[in-house]
Write a protein that binds this ligand. Structure first.
Ligand code: NAI
Length: 349
């Protein structure tokens, strides 16, 4: 079913407030979730609302956090989210980082003690909309084998990067460091389809094509993706004195417990490195050059990272956002949650 972005935002905000979030926090969370659905990142949109609502209602997200921003140097800061809702904390911290980079050229802001913050493109896009380069990294719960391992250690630890152009369009790279998201395995299960053998492993660490045998996901490009997810864990966990690696808290294990997650924002002001005008011009050239590369067989056009999401956004803005019927019914209902998530195995349906 199709809904306007305004209606979707209102429904999400309303549900999160009913679950216990204060209005200001629910509003930002709704903006981040709307952003994800609008850009076709449905794995991190309205689909997640019931999970958040259950965690909020059960006390696993602090609804009255005493969050604190502490500048630790001219270009560095730590934002303690006191385990409030991750979207709001990451958003506040990004606003601070943008202001610091405007003044000092660069900002590195760690966000510690937060819950899941959703699609990271939301935060880096804010930096790009202010003519800055934005980078954001965060930890997530262990479900990926390190290269050569038969046990999960790291999360799907995403990396996001955005750079502005002179046209107002941004390049946005936003990706998990696993070959595929867990949602794609669930999708294969629901359709009783096999999966390619480079997505995941079974309980012995052997590649599997049976989605029902999956015990852990595989990093992108073997040891290289493994190195990247380790880098993300060090920068958004170890650096901030938080639990790291296999000790990162689980998404579902205990919905009454705070997650204590970390995220790191880096904002770079091009003006401190080159002329702003030249920079924006050259990013525009990068986008145009890529679009004008001769496409390979089976492709109509080479797109720059983030462009498929821009195209989706344009369509959804015109026609409404496609939302699964069950999710819409949940959003318009009076139900806060159905106890569907507590103690759920990360590899269960
Ligand atoms: P994806 O595989 O859908 O896209 C990855 C990147 O590839 C995007 O930048 C996209 O624009 C680009 N792309 C896709 N097709 C393209 C094409 N044909 N040409 C050029 N570029 C193309 O993303 P993935 O890895 O499934 O991640 C989805 C979301 O999950 C992200 O928003 C990420 O931040 C979020 N995430 C959040 C986590 C958290 O704990 N907060 C954990 C893991 C992921």
């Amino acid at each position: 079913m199709r809904v306007s972005k305004e209606e979707l935002n209102k429904l999400i905000k309303n549900k999160l407030q009913k679950a216990g979030l204060q209005e200001e926090h629910a509003a930002v969370a709704a903006d981040v979730l709307e952003h994800a659905d609008l850009r076709g990142i449905h794995s991190h949109g309205a689909m997640r609302v019931e999970y958040y609502a259950e965690r909020i209602a059960k006390g696993g997200i602090n609804t009255n956090p005493a969050y604190k921003f502490e500048k630790t140097g001219p270009s560095t800061a730590v934002f303690d989210g006191d385990n409030g809702v991750g979207h709001f904390m990451a958003d506040k911290a990004m606003d601070e980082a943008i202001n610091m980079a405007k003044e000092n050229g660069v900002a590195v802001v760690g966000v510690k003690k937060m819950s899941h913050s959703g699609a990271l493109s939301y935060f880096v896009q804010k930096a790009a909309n202010e003519k800055m380069i934005g980078i954001s990294l965060c930890q997530s719960d262990p479900m990926v084998v390190p290269f050569g391992g038969a046990e999960a250690y790291y999360g799907t630890n995403p990396i996001a990067f955005a750079a502005p152009s002179k046209t107002g369009k941004n390049i946005i790279v936003d990706m998990a460091t696993t070959v595929q998201a867990w949602g794609k395995i669930l999708h294969a299960r629901s359709k009783n389809e096999s999966i390619p053998d480079n997505w995941a492993v079974d309980k012995n660490g052997e590649p599997t094509t049976d989605p029902f045998n999956v015990q852990a996901l595989l990093p992108i490009a073997g040891p290289k993706g493994y190195g990247l997810m380790m880098m993300v864990d060090i920068l958004s966990g170890v650096l901030l004195g938080l639990p790291f690696g296999k000790n990162v808290s689980s998404m579902y294990e205990d919905l009454t417990a705070y997650r204590n997650l970390g995220q790191l924002h880096i904002v770079i002001n091009p003006e401190f490195f080159t002329s702003m005008e030249g920079f924006l011009e050259n990013i525009t050239t990068t986008m145009d050059d890529l679009n004008n590369i001769k496409p390979a067989a089976g492709f109509d056009k080479v797109l720059y990272p983030g462009q498929p999401n821009d195209i989706q956004q344009e369509k959804y803005e015109q026609d409404g956002i496609e939302i699964v019927d069950d999710i819409y019914e949940y959003l318009v209902s009076d139900v806060i949650h159905n106890n569907a998530y507590d103690h759920k195995d990360p590899f269960a349906e």
